[in-house]
Design a protein around this ligand. Structure first.
Ligand SMILES: Cc1ncc(COP(=O)(O)O)c(C=O)c1O
Length: 413
């Protein structure tokens, strides 16, 4: 059980992978005149740039690395605050902490993405960036958030890990912010098991991101670099094997999107008439990815009963996505004993002080307690979406699941 791309792994991925294995060269850099070197990572970066309409991309080994690289490229570090939703995968928050900056949690609204009003309330003189997460394939309020970022001279990072291929007002998500970041783990639109991508419109930011992803190198390690490296980096490189699989998966994105939309429409039409049931808000109905169908029941009691009957539970119970269940975040359990970045003088001397506690985002809590995620293409117990269908489900299976849902709701609503 996973994301849509994983269901379509087949001959194309096998062929692409074998091509690299037969060539016998698995590293992202090589001699272009050497036939063994197929430059799959480089090709993937070009293809993803073309697909998303974003001039520069750097392939990395995960969506978490992509976020960390983007934060570093923007120079975000000690003393800085980044506003991030309290409902997101934990990596959005931890990447900020590992950049030694401070995550400031903000509310989500019925779209389950950042509530622009609360974002504006959370801005302080220390705020450097807003991380907008297009959660569950649903593009957030990009126009409003971008307006706030501009007004307060803040960077905008779009965490598109769950939304590769989603659009907002006709353009792909990831193309609006200073950076868009993507994940290709098994739960995502397309997958190579693990993998990620950083995308930006700025050549300068691209060069910094490239250097940070690989020990300060210039793109493609061109030329002799001694003397021309501008920043230290680490190693978050993608291998030729992952890139080969992703090149094959990329050709399937439009098919995946079409299947998701058709199946979601059928499911939604089957339950649309249920009184008392509300659907998640979609800031761009045409652009959302349709990986999940989120419904709100009138109150927590009913939602829990229905969730239990469907064996999915309510969204509030997710341990990886809901801030109030992240005990290591609430306890600020960083890896060393200094307590930095929370106790870092760069932060405290600027007047910074942050606490995280259960109940700190009452609107988010109230919404998630009465929300149930129905899987359309992403099934993940951690996301609270173990009930639903997959992109391989036929009409009969969808109708069966619709009936099951209707029965459960009817019994308790
Ligand atoms: C919203 C969000 N951000 C970041 C990530 C991190 O991606 P990865 O698992 O590839 O590191 C994920 C992965 O689930 C995610 O859902």
């Amino acid at each position: 059980m996973a994301g849509p791309g994983s269901y379509l792994i087949g001959e194309e991925e096998k062929k692409a992978l074998l091509e690299v294995i037969e060539a016998g060269y698995l590293f992202r850099y090589g001699d272009r005149s050497e036939p063994k070197f197929l430059a799959k990572v480089w090709q993937l970066e070009r293809e993803v740039s073309k697909y998303l309409g974003i001039p520069h991309t750097v392939a990395v080994n995960s969506g978490t690395s992509a976020l960390w690289v983007a934060l570093g490229a923007l120079g975000i570090g000690p003393g800085d605050e980044v506003i991030v939703p309290g409902y997101t995968f934990i990596a959005s928050i931890t990447s900020i902490i590992f950049a030694r900056a401070i995550p400031v949690l903000a509310e989500v609204d019925e779209s389950l993405t950042l509530d622009p009003e609360d974002v504006e309330k959370k801005i302080t003189p220390r705020t450097k960036a807003i991380m907008l997460v297009h959660m569950l394939g649903n593009p957030g309020y990009i126009d409003e958030i971008k307006r706030i970022a501009r007004k307060h001279s803040l960077y905008l990072i779009e965490d598109c890990a769950q939304a590769f291929g989603a659009k907002y007002h006709g353009k792909y998500v990831g193309s609006y912010g200073d950076f868009g970041t993507f994940s290709f783990n098994i739960f995502k639109t397309i997958t190579s098991g693990d993998g990620g991508m950083v995308a930006t419109g700025s050549k300068k930011l691209y060069e910094r991101a490239f250097a940070i992803h690989d020990q300060g190198h210039l793109p493609l390690r061109q030329g002799v670099e001694r003397g021309s490296r501008t920043v230290l980096g680490l190693d978050f490189r993608m291998t030729e094997l992952s890139a080969a699989v992703l090149l094959a998966q990329l050709k399937k994105v439009e098919r995946i999107k079409k299947l998701l939309r058709e199946k979601k429409e059928r499911f939604k039409s089957g339950i649309r008439d249920i009184e008392g049931l509300e659907f998640r808000k979609l800031p761009d109905h045409e652009g959302e990815l349709c990986t999940l169908l989120t419904v709100f029941l009138p109150d927590e009691k009913v939602a829990r009963k229905v969730g239990n009957a469907l064996r999915s539970g309510v969204v509030a119970d997710s341990g990886w996505h809901v801030y109030s269940n992240m005990e290591h975040l609430l306890g600020k359990k960083v890896v060393d004993s200094t307590g930095c970045p929370f106790s870092c003088p760069y932060y405290t001397e600027k007047g910074g002080k942050i606490e995280y506690s259960k109940g700190m985002l009452p609107r988010t809590d109230a919404l998630l307690k009465r929300a149930i995620n129905i899987s359309i293409g992403v099934s993940d117990a951690g996301l609270g979406s173990s009930f639903g269908i997959t992109i391989q489900s036929d009409d009969q299976e969808i109708d069966r699941k619709v009936e099951q849902f209707r029965k459960a709701v009817k019994k308790y609503l």
